[in-house]
Design a protein around this ligand. Structure first.
Ligand code: GDP
Ligand code: GDP
Length: 432
């Protein structure tokens, strides 16, 4: 049994922590289920929201300095925070930000877990104006709620559970997720030769299995980056080459396998340079949200001069793929092929990465400080909602112009080492 995700509630005394715990737990009465070793300073219960179970810990009060009891309580809070998966920092919106709140924020920031700012005692919509002051805490968007009446607590629970490690994803990675690789490219660029080099190079255990689309066969290969699945390899194995490839069918097949791929090797014939078809294929792969590793094959046939020309051409014609890795190979001799798997592995890491909300919000905040959006538009809070590919949700006060979104995307890509993996941004507007 794995441990439940732990949500820790911190905040000054009287802001409504214990009321909130009871509200979430679903009881107005005092907590009955107390765990062994839990003092009155620290209550914990197992709660559930939309089928997701988690542990909820109320840290009691937290006072800066003060009496021996205050100190003990503060220590408890700090310890609890180090064990948290999510921290709820509760403030009393009717009071606004106090010095104690600000002091706590400093401590909270040093904890690893994402922090959700709860603006409590917002019992009616009319009180929501009081939350703007809370942005000064630098913890992003406050969640207005009323622990007493239950207002906003559903939204808050959605937000809390969205920060838990994605369970389906975790299960998959526990039993070693097998990544799918598509080898895409026009006919005769050297896909089969490259594939055979790749699997020969690895001296790997290879087995075939029925592919996801009709008439296709995929090949699972044990490699130094783990088991990987090469998609639609029927025609590629040395012995069983079926040469019915026309340009059209080849494109069609390539597009099908791209849909199921986690990453694509785009193979280009260096002797022909980057053709329109290559560009179109690259665009389609990118649009499918699949990271690309470019392979310029048949390099052995190029003179030094031709290599120079090709370099310029790649820069010019593939510049719509930001930071895409470009490899140069000779599939017949195997030269350069050993670099491909590590590069694929790097691309897959970026594709499946999960960035903590606090880091995302921080990157966006800094980017906006360096260069604010036009016309008073502002992203208040940002979170990564999904992986494969990394997908970010930005909460903004009004619509954000496209060029500014591209700027934010570049910042995220750079600061999170996302390499060339496609990144999706979604903007949600919050009513002011
Ligand atoms: P704690 O010390 O942070 O655990 O705070 P409590 O949960 O004991 O609440 C302190 C006081 O604030 C109690 O009198 C609660 O009834 C009141 N309170 C808690 N939540 C709310 C709320 O959402 N609205 C209002 N109006 N009062 C609240
Ligand atoms: P596919 O249609 O993309 O699978 O291409 P193949 O792997 O069947 O290769 C087409 C032709 O190009 C074959 O004659 C290969 O021997 C040749 N070829 C593939 N890679 C290279 C290479 O790196 N250098 C040279 N000189 N020829 C290559």
């Amino acid at each position: 049994m794995s441990e439940l995700p732990t949500v820790v509630i911190v905040g000054r005394p009287n802001v409504g922590k214990s009321t909130l715990l009871n509200r979430i737990y679903g009881k107005r009465e005092a907590i009955v289920e107390e765990r062994p070793g839990v003092t009155r300073d620290r209550k914990q219960v197992d709660a559930e929201w939309q089928g997701i179970k988690f542990r909820l810990v109320d840290t009691g009060g937290w006072l800066a300095g003060g009496s021996a009891l205050d100190k003990k309580v503060s220590k408890q809070s700090e310890k609890a925070m180090t064990e948290a998966d999510v921290i709820l920092f509760v403030v009393d919106a009717t009071v606004g930000v106090t010095d104690e709140d600000s002091q706590m924020v400093r401590k909270i920031r040093s904890a690893e877990a994402p922090v959700i700012l709860v603006a409590n005692k917002v019992d009616a919509e009319a009180h929501e104006n009081s939350i703007w002051d809370l942005y000064s805490l630098g913890l992003g968007d406050p969640y207005p709620s009323s622990a007493m009446h239950g207002r906003g607590v559903g939204d808050l629970l959605d937000e809390i559970t969205s920060h838990f490690p994605n369970q389906a994803f975790e299960e998959e990675s526990e039993e070693e997720r097998i990544f799918s690789i598509a080898i895409a490219g026009r006919p005769n660029v050297g896909k089969s030769t490259l594939f055979n080099q790749l699997i020969g190079e690895e001296r790997s255990v290879v087995h075939d299995m029925a592919g996801t689309t009709r008439d296709t066969v995929d090949t699972i290969v044990t490699t130094r980056i783990g088991d990987v699945k090469f998609l639609d390899t029927a025609g590629m194995r040395r012995t069983s080459r079926i040469d019915e490839d026309t340009e059209y069918y080849s494109m069609l097949r390539a597009l099908k396998s791209i849909d199921g791929a986690d990453v694509a090797l785009l193979v280009i014939d260096s002797t022909e340079g980057v053709t329109n078809q290559d560009q179109r294929l690259a665009e389609r792969i990118d649009a499918a949200g699949c990271p690309i590793v470019v392979v310029l094959n048949k390099m052995d046939l190029l003179s030094t001069e031709e290599k120079e020309i090709l370099n310029h051409q790649v820069e010019r014609k593939l510049n719509f793929l930001p930071d895409v890795p470009v490899h140069r190979t000779s599939a017949v001799s195997g030269k350069g092929v050993d670099k491909l798997l590590p590069s694929l592995s790097f691309a897959l890491d970026a594709y499946t990465t999960r960035i903590p909300t606090r880091k995302v919000t921080d990157i966006i905040r800094r980017a906006q400080q360096a260069q604010p959006a036009p016309a008073g538009a502002r992203v208040m809070y940002a979170t990564q909602g999904a992986t494969d590919p990394p997908t970010f949700t930005l909460f903004s006060n009004r619509s954000i112009p496209d060029h500014y979104l591209r700027y934010l995307e570049r910042e995220l890509r750079e600061k999170c080492d996302l390499g060339s993996t496609p990144v999706k941004l979604r903007v949600r507007r919050r009513n002011e």
